[in-house]
Design a protein around this ligand. Sequence first.
Ligand code: IMP
Length: 179
Amino acid sequence: MDKIKVRDKEFKKAIPCEDIQQAIKKVAEKINRDFEGKETPLFLSILNGAFMFTADVFKELTISSEVSFVKFSSYRGTATSGKVKELIGLNEDLTGRHVIIMEDIVDTGLTINNVVRQIKTYNPKDVKIATMLFKPDACVEEVSLDYVGMEIPNEFIVGYGLDYDGLGRNYKDIYKVVS
Ligand code: IMP
């Protein structure tokens, strides 16, 4: 499918699934290299958007790995609200752990920096960030991203876990808005 409609908007294919999977492999390879011989990292996947990215990276990991899913603010419409709610669903003790945050996309950078700030209050050994997508032109915060699947232009996208008003997460390719 080259074009899809999600609610009132038309989208066209921008990143085919083959390219996504190639990027996933590179991210996983780097994590495997970085954590070889280290204590088991805890992957903290930010729901809802990062579920596909987390699952695909996880399947490529050869190191000892643990995963948990947490939830932060919801995101509605096509403009980032910038408001970040509290972290919920964290049941693990993060003290002294290597934590790798799994995010779907870093846009303005506000969400991820707030996530990091909140995670750091639990005294982990270190916190790394893995994001499938990064929009450098949209980023207004200074962000330190350790693993980036792909950099993309500042356009609204859906698919591969990302939604428009709750829909569109199911597509294995990524689509960008056209109208
Ligand atoms: P940030 O705080 O502006 O970096 O926004 C991060 C969050 O906004 C992501 O976790 C996504 O849920 C959402 N987001 C940002 N850009 C897009 C997009 O193009 N499509 C769908 N969701 C997006």
